[in-house]
Design a protein around this ligand. Structure first.
Ligand code: HEC
Ligand code: HEC
Length: 356
């Protein structure tokens, strides 16, 4: 009797439980100002290396349709390198290290921050593994300023955006396409409008949730139940299979000592290996084995064992309950979250005349 009471009291004072609902994506991410002309301009800018001070990196260098709009590398190489994807190499003699975080796919990035049953405000969309920037428009300036990504040592960080505008102004085709003046706002609005077209709301999971009960196989449906039972949806929930919150799940960024990262979307994993903020997990099997170990560690913290040597762990992990026999169905379910139907086209040419 006494223990029951304690349990009830503990439950009443505990943190509110997350909404573990998962659901289909909206069919469009377009905003009212996203005209076909703006989207077409954004596409050219996204593929044009002229946005980089070194003229050798485009947004698409790291977010490439061939690699699920990511780069299939643990961590990317930016300036002074050549090639796309896993074979990208620094040009000889260049002293630029790879970046420290894995490149996320920009498929569906327009829906970052979306939650079940709540209004969605794209102006507040969290960006990056640590949610440090909000909105697609604000995000687009960050890589242009960053030394290893698109700036190199050509100009100072504070001049990177104005120098990029000056480069665009010298290209008559851009002057014509922008119409009036070329500004940083117009550049980022066009890129964001284009990014809002890169969505996959027709994965088998979405079709299933919209009522097509044949869209997911029996194993995938069983996997969806196992995913909920195992506690994955405590964090991977809503239409993106992400709560867009920061959680400590035992991984540390060695460069910054950060231990909390944003729950990544689980959409299109089929196209976006390797996984995690450091790109250290090559397969989904590895990820699931990682969670097996993590559940053990989280249980130890509950039992009061000496955990001073472990990185901090989110208490939600103690509610996880995945069994070895859940791995196969969960993987089948994750597959139902991937779509092969997305824009894979690359422009034949870009206005700078550089290679897109
Ligand atoms: C050198 C490779 C590289 C280039 C070039 C690059 N990105 Fe990224 N992008 C990344 C990496 C790595 C991250 C994650 C960084 C982090 O979380 O700290 C990222 C994150 C993003 C995100 C946020 C994704 C999310 O879910 O939070 C968007 C959007 C994005 N990039 C768009 C762009 C645009 C637009 C450009 C061109 C202006 C660009 N990127 C250029 C590698 C690159
Ligand atoms: C406590 C919150 C939480 C729970 C519960 C959780 N995850 Fe995660 N998941 C995260 C976070 C945070 C990351 C990113 C960590 C990092 O990279 O440092 C992540 C990363 C992943 C990734 C890598 C995705 C990518 O693109 O890199 C996969 C796959 C994944 N989780 C699947 C699962 C599955 C399957 C379950 C259930 C067995 C689960 N997660 C349970 C928070 C959670």
């Amino acid at each position: 009797m006494f223990t029951t009471l304690v349990v009830i009291l503990a439950a009443a004072t505990a943190e509110p439980q997350p909404n573990t609902q998962i659901e289909a994506l909206p069919l469009s991410a377009a905003l009212p100002g996203d005209t076909p002309a703006k989207i077409a301009l954004g596409r050219l800018l996204f593929f044009d290396p002229i946005l980089s001070a070194t003229r050798d990196v485009a947004c698409a260098t790291c977010h490439h349709p061939q690699h699920g709009w990511a780069d299939a590398r643990p961590t990317p190489l930016g300036v002074h390198a050549s090639g796309i994807g896993p074979t990208r190499k620094l040009v000889q003699g260049a002293a630029f290290l790879p970046l420290t975080r894995n490149t996320p796919s920009i498929l569906n990035v327009a829906f970052n921050g979306i939650e079940s049953g709540k209004p969605f405000d794209p102006a507040k969309s969290p960006m990056f593994w640590d949610n440090r920037v909000h909105s697609l428009e604000a995000q687009a300036l960050a890589p242009i300023r960053q030394r290893e990504e698109m700036r190199g040592d050509v100009c100072r960080e504070t001049d990177a955006i104005s120098a990029m505008i000056e480069r665009l102004k010298k290209i008559p085709e851009y002057v014509k396409l922008f119409g009036t003046e070329i500004t940083a706002d117009k550049v980022t609005q066009a890129i964001a409008a284009y990014e809002r077209t890169l969505i996959t709301p027709d994965a088998p999971f979405d079709r299933f949730m919209r009522g097509d009960k044949t869209a997911m196989t029996a194993e995938q449906q069983q996997g969806m139940a196992a995913f909920q039972k195992a506690g994955c949806a405590l964090c991977h929930n809503g239409p993106m299979l992400s709560d867009f919150k920061l959680h400590a799940i035992g991984l540390t960024d060695s460069a910054t000592n950060r231990t909390e990262f944003r729950t990544p979307s689980l959409r299109n994993l089929k196209h976006t290996a390797p996984y995690m903020h450091h790109g250290g997990n090559l397969t989904l099997d590895e990820v699931l084995l990682f969670y097996d170990r993590l559940m053990d560690q989280a249980a130890e913290t509950l039992e009061g064992a000496d955990t001073s040597t472990l990185p901090p762990l989110d208490p939600l992990l103690r509610q996880m309950n995945m069994l070895p026999e859940d791995h196969a169905p969960i993987k089948a379910f994750l597959d139902a979250l991937s779509s092969d139907h997305y824009d894979k086209s690359v422009p034949d040419r870009v206005p700078s005349g550089l290679k897109p």
